[in-house]
Design a protein around this ligand. Structure first.
Ligand SMILES: Cc1cc2nc3c(=O)[nH]c(=O)nc-3n(C[C@H](O)[C@H](O)[C@H](O)COP(=O)(O)OP(=O)(O)OC[C@H]3O[C@@H](n4cnc5c(N)ncnc54)[C@H](O)[C@@H]3O)c2cc1C
Length: 271
């Protein structure tokens, strides 16, 4: 690992000012992705700005937004703390389901919601939840709807100096997450989250493409008729899908439909 300067500011403003004054800085949250990247010399920041002292990025609370109820999750909240939170378990159990499927216990004890979303790994679980649960991403000065957030492989709407402060998840009528897990890492080969709102169904997909996306053709079919059979004739084209040693693009496209059908069956039992 190269040498670097370490900072632990106590406010968002101080963190951003350190960022502005450094040569090649990076923010640090749980370090589950960034530290291994530094060890492998895939990242070599001149300055590490540790966000763990920022109060504004802590906590889970209930907020009224988007004309309904949302659960606001602070960016520094660790996956295991989301999974054990009473408000989440009562009002947004699907989020506990999603984060409980991440990696292993060590990763869930260190990794944070903000770090996972900012990193936007194509196989990360939370991006599917953001899209399915019509989330809004709050930075120090902007609110970004999840639909506008994921741009490409490891690319999001965040600017390099933006700090992801919290995420608002809209509470659905019902929702579930189905994941085809890589047995080695735990990451999603494909993951599908389906949520129902008064306005219709939303389907968030991760693992299949360079970044998470909404499967609008599946949403349309489910809005016509909510049953696994309704998805039989829907095409999921594999153009642009990831193809690697874990799964071909064609296989991933197949998985999207299989997991979506499983999600529909699961939700049908919880009417
Ligand atoms: C063995 C292993 C298995 C894993 N399995 C899974 C899995 O199954 N599913 C899954 O979804 N994930 C998985 N992960 C990733 C895990 O979820 C981490 O939480 C995630 O990679 C990064 O979170 P972090 O808090 O550790 O971020 P860090 O590593 O600290 O940072 C990651 C990136 O985000 C930036 N960043 C961090 N916080 C902020 C912020 N608040 N604002 C702006 N930028 C920020 C950093 O600058 C850096 O670029 C796995 C990781 C490991 C090591």
């Amino acid at each position: 690992m190269y040498s670097f300067d370490y900072h632990r500011p106590d406010s968002v403003e101080a963190a951003r000012s350190l960022f502005a004054g450094a040569e090649d800085p990076m923010y640090l949250s749980g370090g589950m992705t960034l530290i291994p990247s530094m060890k492998q010399r895939l990242a070599a920041p001149s300055d590490l700005i540790d966000l763990s002292g920022l109060q504004a990025l802590q906590g889970i609370e209930h907020v009224e937004s988007q004309g309904g109820t949302s659960i606001r999750v602070g960016a520094l909240t660790r996956h295991n703390d989301v999974a054990a939170n009473g408000l989440v378990l009562n009002q947004l159990p699907v989020l506990a389901q999603v984060v409980s499927s991440i990696g292993d216990n060590q990763v869930r004890n260190r990794g944070t919601v903000g770090g996972s979303i900012a990193n936007s790994d194509p196989a990360a679980d939370l991006p599917a939840a953001l899209l399915g649960l019509q989330a809004v991403i709050n930075t120090q000065d902007r609110q970004i709807p999840a639909d506008d957030f994921f741009h490409d492989l490891f690319e999001t709407a965040l600017a390099a100096d933006d700090i992801l402060v919290s995420v608002d998840f809209a509470v659905p009528l019902r929702a579930t997450y189905q994941k085809f897990r890589n047995p080695a890492s735990g990451y999603a080969v494909v993951g599908v989250l389906i949520a129902e709102y008064a306005t219709g169904f939303r389907v968030g997909v991760t693992g299949a493409g360079p970044c998470a996306f909404r499967a609008c053709t599946l949403e349309d079919a489910l809005n016509q008729s909510f049953s696994p059979k309704a998805l039989n004739d829907v095409e999921v084209p594999d153009a642009g899908f990831n193809s690697d040693l874990h799964a071909s693009a064609e296989y991933r496209a197949h998985l999207v439909k299989v997991l979506a059908k499983r999600a529909v069956s699961d939700l049908s039992q919880h009417r």
